[in-house]
Design a protein around this ligand. Structure first.
Ligand SMILES: Cc1cc2nc3c(=O)[nH]c(=O)nc-3n(C[C@H](O)[C@H](O)[C@H](O)COP(=O)(O)OP(=O)(O)OC[C@H]3O[C@@H](n4cnc5c(N)ncnc54)[C@H](O)[C@@H]3O)c2cc1C
Length: 289
């Protein structure tokens, strides 16, 4: 067995919420060939496969993750710019990709500057903020499956709000080509600084979280609904509705995934009862209780 394959790896070390049980097997590939090797290893052993990036949108349950977890993070990070096209691998930090674009005077990714996590996770989630999202910028996506490598070209990466084709296909995304437009570097940086500042003012960036817990329901703002329901600061065990932004659940210390799940359900029940609005989690819940 490859010595980079670890057993009983504590997932709380690689998730921003800092909760969750162990992965049965854990692997950090460096190349697409490594990924293919890992997929074939899992196939031969009949193991389920879970792909993660930087774990900033994940709630890993306390029983951990059976099978193989493949993490595409800093060991799988490279990027290059060619004219208006920026090619970056899944392990690149989304915010670093945004800064690289700014450095080259390319506009379109300013909104991504404060979004944590990697490009792979961003492509899976069609991550975005402040009216921007990655979907419209995508020119091509490259991926690996157990059978080999493949790519989606122009228009084949389909997406909508916090949804992308990756979610339906189970491919391991390795890199994307983004199509950007030339801009004035000073304007780009000014916009990025402004958006960073807005985040710093409004979000609980000093506490472990997985960002917005719920997707935005049509016609409502999640944070406002939760605040109106008087749930600001509400706690179950170590899980708390952030006092800075009610759309976030934070780990105030010692939370378990079960605490967070219970709090999610409590919020959903309360909001349904009081406002008739159904809140859908944006955070991806994985593993076993
Ligand atoms: C403080 C804070 C603020 C945030 N703000 C925002 C925001 O403004 N907008 C926003 O959209 N999100 C936001 N998020 C959520 C999160 O940062 C994004 O969803 C991010 O894009 C996830 O990237 P990741 O690498 O951490 O992915 P992970 O959390 O590791 O994974 C997310 C999903 O993507 C899948 N995945 C990851 N990599 C791959 C790959 N290479 N191939 C196939 N599937 C893959 C995983 O299976 C999982 O289902 C925030 C989170 C935090 C903690």
């Amino acid at each position: 067995m490859d010595n980079r394959l670890q057993q009983q790896f504590p997932m709380k070390q690689v998730t921003s919420l800092g909760v969750g049980g162990p992965a049965q097997y854990f692997f950090r590939p460096r190349t697409p060939e490594d990924i293919q090797w890992a997929l074939q290893f899992a196939d031969t052993k009949g193991l389920p496969v879970t792909v993660i990036g930087y774990g900033t949108n994940l709630l890993v349950l306390d029983g951990g993750i059976p099978g193989l977890v493949i993490q595409l993070a800093d060991s799988f990070a490279y990027a290059r710019v060619d004219g208006r096209e920026l090619t970056a691998s899944s392990g690149c930090l989304y915010s670093s990709v945004s800064k690289l674009a700014a450095y080259h005077g390319l506009s379109g990714l300013e909104y991504a500057v404060g979004i944590p996590g990697g490009l792979g996770g961003a492509l899976f989630m069609n991550a975005g903020a402040y009216e921007g999202e990655i979907g419209p910028l995508v020119k091509a996506v490259r991926f690996v499956t157990a059978d080999g490598q493949g790519a989606w070209q122009d228009g084949e990466y389909t997406y909508s709000y916090r949804f992308s084709r990756v979610q339906e296909t189970g491919v391991v995304v390795t890199e994307a080509v983004l199509s950007l437009r030339p801009g004035d570097p000073e304007d780009i940086l000014a916009k990025m600084n402004d958006l960073q500042e807005r985040r710093r003012c409004r979000q609980p960036l000093d506490m472990p979280s997985a960002g917005s817990t719920f997707k935005r329901p049509q016609g409502h703002f999640v944070g406002a609904l939760i605040e109106e329901a008087d749930l600001k600061g509400y706690c179950i065990g170590g899980a708390q509705v952030s006092t800075k932004h009610c759309g976030f659940i934070v780990n105030r210390g010692g939370a378990t995934a079960a605490d967070i799940m219970q709090l999610i359900q409590y919020i959903q029940d309360t909001i349904r009862r009081q406002f008739g609005v159904e809140l859908q989690p944006e955070v991806r819940v994985i593993g076993v209780p």
